[in-house]
Design a protein around this ligand. Structure first.
Ligand code: AMP
Length: 280
C-alpha cells in the first residue's frame, strides 16, 4: 500500500505522485493536511489554500482508495508533547536555516502519518529536495521499513515548478519567477559541458536570478543529496538547490546534476496560462 502525503490545493505535481503510486501499488492512500507544525511565525498558514472539495473531486477521478483528511485537533490533541527532531546539517542548513523548526514539523507529521497509514511505500516529490532527504533519513533511522519513492518535479508549460503557493503570484511575479528554472537550466548546461567548479555553477544561476528584481535569493547551493552538506566539486547526483522570496511567496526549485535535463523555460506560455491559469 502507498501513502502520498500532501497539504492539498492539489496540482499536476501531486497527481503525478498519485499516478505513480497507483501504477506501482495495490492500494493508494492520500493524506490532505495543512500541518501547522511546519509553518513558522509570520508564514502563510492562515492563507494557505484549502480547496478541499476540488481536491476530493480530483482524487476521486484518480480512483485513490482512501483519502485521510484529519483535523488539527485529531493530529495534535491538547496535551500532545512529542516532537520528532533530526539533528545535524541535514536539518540545520539551507531550508533549516531559513525556516527554523520547519523540519521538526515535517518529521513529526510524517512519522504520525506513517504510523496511522502503515504504508509499504511513501511517494514524495524531488522539488522539495531537502525534505526528501529528511524523510528518507527518518524512515531509515526509525526502522519504518517504508520504501521512500522520490518522483521528478512537474513543471508548468512556462518552466516554473508547480506549487500550491504559485497561486499567490501575480502575472509580473510569475514572469520574474522564471529566473529560477532559467538559472537551473544555465547551470545544467554548464555542468553537462564539463564544468565542475561549484562557484561557476552557482554563478550561472545567480546571473539569471539577478534579472528579476522582485526575487530575493535565499540561497543557491550544490549539495550532497543525502546529507545536504555542500560539495567541494560538482559530481553526478549532487543536488543543485535554489530558494528565493517573491513579495508574497517563497519559491524552491532543484535539479539533480548529471541526471536531470535542463528545465525548458517558455515565457510565452505564461500568456496562455494567464487566460486559463493552471492552478498550482
Ligand atoms: P505539498 O502539498 O506542497 O506538501 O506537497 C506534497 C507532495 O507533493 C510533496 O512530496 C511534494 O514534494 C510533492 N510536490 C509538490 N510539488 C511538486 C511538483 N511540482 N512536482 C512533483 N511533486 C511535487
Amino acid at each position: 500500500m502507498a501513502l502520498v502525503p500532501t497539504m492539498g490545493a492539489l496540482h499536476r505535481g501531486h497527481l503525478s505522485l498519485v499516478r505513480r503510486a497507483r501504477a506501482e501499488c495495490d492500494a493508494v492512500v492520500v493524506s490532505v493536511f495543512v500541518n501547522p507544525l511546519q509553518f513558522g511565525p509570520g508564514e502563510d498558514l492562515d492563507r494557505y489554500p484549502r480547496p478541499l472539495e476540488a481536491d476530493l473531486a480530483l482524487l476521486r477521478d484518480e480512483a485513490v482508495d482512501s483519502v485521510f483528511v484529519p483535523s488539527v485537533e485529531a493530529m495534535y490533541p491538547a496535551g500532545s508533547s512529542t516532537t520528532v527532531r533530526l539533528e545535524g546539517p541535514l536539518v540545520t542548513g539551507l531550508e533549516g536555516a531559513h525556516r527554523p523548526g520547519h523540519f521538526d514539523g515535517v518529521a513529526t507529521v510524517v512519522t504520525k502519518l506513517l504510523i496511522a497509514a502503515r504504508p509499504d511505500r511513501l511517494y514524495i516529490g524531488q522539488k522539495d529536495a531537502q525534505q526528501c532527504a529528511v524523510i528518507s533519513r527518518l524512515a531509515a533511522d526509525l526502522d519504518t521499513g517504508v520504501e521512500v519513492v522520490v518522483c521528478p518535479t512537474v513543471r508548468e508549460a512556462s518552466g516554473l515548478a508547480l506549487s500550491s503557493r504559485n497561486a499567490y503570484l501575480d502575472a509580473e511575479q510569475r514572469r520574474q519567477a522564471l529566473a529560477i528554472p532559467s538559472g537551473l537550466a544555465a547551470a545544467v548546461l554548464r555542468y553537462d559541458a564539463g564544468e565542475r567548479e561549484v562557484a561557476c555553477l552557482v554563478a550561472a544561476v545567480e546571473e539569471e536570478l539577478m534579472r528579476s528584481p522582485l526575487l530575493q535569493p535565499d540561497y543557491v547551493a550544490v549539495v550532497d543529496p543525502g546529507s545536504f552538506i555542500p560539495v567541494a566539486r560538482a559530481r553526478p547526483n549532487a543536488q543543485l538547490v535554489v530558494a528565493g522570496k517573491m513579495p508574497a511567496v517563497r519559491l524552491l526549485d532543484t535539479v539533480t546534476l548529471g541526471v536531470d535535463r535542463p528545465p525548458l523555460v517558455v515565457p510565452e506560455a505564461l500568456a496562455v496560462a494567464g487566460r486559463g491559469r493552471e492552478q498550482g
